[in-house]
Design a protein around this ligand. Structure first.
Ligand SMILES: [Zn+2]
Ligand SMILES: [Zn+2]
Length: 514
């Protein structure tokens, strides 16, 4: 085309740029960019905007900024493309700066900010921007879904309910995506009853609605109900996807429904065309291990077409912990030792804990030495609690919360009462514990303990308390929370990475099986 007298115009260039973005060809895109610089078309607003959009798709914020910087005129699309290239790279502080400098913002620019915060795990920021947006504009579907997902992550029921009310009051159509997000929000905020009510009243339910409902029931440990809804879904001639099946397998796992779970796992490919992925294997192995079928679990693990990751090993080791099966744990240790450490990062932490549980202290010392040299970056424990619509965040050994001194004082007082009640940290449990919180040296300052102290300080006697935790709750916290529910006569609901725990009268709904 370039050799013919008919010269390409700006529309042609825009088309070329868009097609390189679609084809995900960075090299092709860059060469088109070079050609545009040479013929001067890069100065055209539409051409430059599509270039920026292309770099945003590639996540190349540096390139996008260069185009932006050299533009003689910019419009809201240019600004938004720059914003989205920063957000895609997780550079939210930079996106925030650009956002505050923007002369005009539209619903897309707000959506980019809010979804950017959600994907970076900055949920409180996402909600702050959401409420600010409401002063200027009506949110679109994508923004509402993001805001609801932020509430779900934080366990922020008050804010989630408020958004639900906002949707109703403004007659915003409850699309499938919004309904799915609402079901997820209620389930993750501890209100499985509200989630079910909503789900039950949807006139034409689709796969997403069902999947959200099934996953919600599963994390609440309601395996039988999850299977029931799953069967309802099949009866309505809907085909489950990988996430639906993962949800129902999870439910079976937490409720010990091995037979039903096995039948779903072994038939998922032939009946619904879903090839089992590593997470399905992990869930199935977890299910077998929890029920005490160690040999079978190990057999599935060894025959997996994909190599097992840390999550799968952890599931099996967790089962050893529950059943106190040291012999089997030793077999796993032998197997892990033969693995290439690079293919199974983090196994050294598990190994150290297993050695400790087996009393092989020389091996523990050796491993700790090796581990000390490596930078084992694990997640930092973090818990959230909502009081009067405000979400408070606590990190392990927190020093940031404005009331931390009072909170720690209160926690000391609580732990003293718990001790008088007869609680003592069980050393074997601690050494055998394979929680993810190796960074949380002092179990006393685990984030959920700080959050519960804060909750007891700020809620009336008898009120139930909801806490959301980013990692799996450790044994020590689990024991302490059970004791607190009895001593202070409170219902405490904790959602950890694995499931919901409802502590009441000294017992937990998971029956110490998580
Ligand atoms: Zn803990
Ligand atoms: Zn529990």
């Amino acid at each position: 085309m370039l050799n013919t007298p008919a010269l390409p115009d700006h529309y042609t260039f825009t088309f070329l740029i868009t097609s390189s973005a679609h084809q995900k060809s960075f090299f092709y895109g860059e060469s088109v960019h070079g050609m545009l610089i040479r013929n001067g078309s890069v100065l055209n607003l539409y051409v430059a905007n599509s270039l920026m959009n292309m770099y945003a798709v590639f996540g190349r914020a540096d390139h996008a900024y260069k185009v932006f910087d050299e533009m003689p005129v910019r419009d809201v699309f240019s600004w938004t493309s720059l914003l989205s290239s920063y957000a895609k790279n997780g550079k939210m502080w930079r996106a925030g700066e650009v956002f505050s400098e923007m002369p005009v913002r539209n619903d897309v620019s707000w959506a980019v900010m809010i979804s950017g915060f959600v994907s970076c795990g900055m949920y409180t920021e996402a909600l702050r921007y959401f409420h600010e947006m409401l002063r200027e504009l009506t949110p679109n579907e994508a923004v509402l879904v993001c805001a609801l997902s932020a509430c779900a992550h934080l366990g922020s029921l008050d804010q989630g309910k408020w958004i639900h009310g906002y949707i109703d009051n403004n007659r915003i159509p409850e699309t499938s995506n919004i309904t799915t997000a609402l079901i997820d929000m209620y389930a993750k905020c501890g209100r499985i009853d509200c989630a079910y009510n909503l789900f039950d009243n949807v006139p034409r339910r689709d796969v997403q609605n069902f999947t959200s409902m099934i996953s919600g029931l599963s994390i609440h440990g309601l395996g039988e109900d999850a299977i029931h809804v799953f069967q309802q879904m099949l009866a309505e001639k809907l085909k489950p996807n990988g996430i639906t099946i993962l949800g129902v397998l999870n439910g079976c796992s937490h409720s010990g429904l091995v037979q039903q779970g096995s039948s779903i796992f072994y038939n998922m490919e032939s009946l619904w065309g879903v090839v089992p992925k590593i997470e399905h294997y992990g869930c199935y192995i977890d299910m077998l291990g929890r029920a005490g079928y160690f040999a079978k679990a190990f057999g599935v693990l060894k025959s997996m077409p994909v190599s097992p990751d840390l999550v799968v090993w952890r599931a099996l080791l967790s089962a050893c912990r529950i059943h106190r099966n040291a012999t089997f744990a030793e077999r796993i240790v032998n197997h892990l030792e033969q693995l290439d450490p690079h293919t199974c990062a983090g196994t050294d932490v598990l190994l150290a804990k297993l050695y400790a549980s087996l009393g092989k202290w020389e091996n523990v010392a050796l491993l700790r030495k090796i581990m000390g040299k490596k930078n084992n970056q694990l997640d930092i424990g973090c818990s959230w609690i909502e009081i009067n619509g405000v979400v408070h965040e606590f990190r392990v050994s927190d020093t940031l919360h404005p009331q931390i001194v009072e909170v720690k004082e209160k926690l000391r007082e609580i732990l003293e009462r718990v001790r008088l009640f007869g609680y003592a940290a069980d050393a074997t449990h601690v050494s055998f514990d394979i929680s993810e919180e190796d960074k949380e040296h002092a179990v006393a300052w685990h984030s959920e303990k700080l959050a519960i102290a804060f909750g007891l300080m700020n809620t009336p006697p008898g009120a139930s308390i909801l806490i959301v935790k980013n990692l799996r709750t450790c044994e020590d916290c689990h024991t302490v929370l059970k004791a607190i529910s009895k001593i202070f006569d409170r219902e405490i609901i904790v959602r950890d990475r694995s499931r919901f725990h409802t502590f009441s009268e000294g017992k937990c709904s998971c029956k110490d099986y998580w």
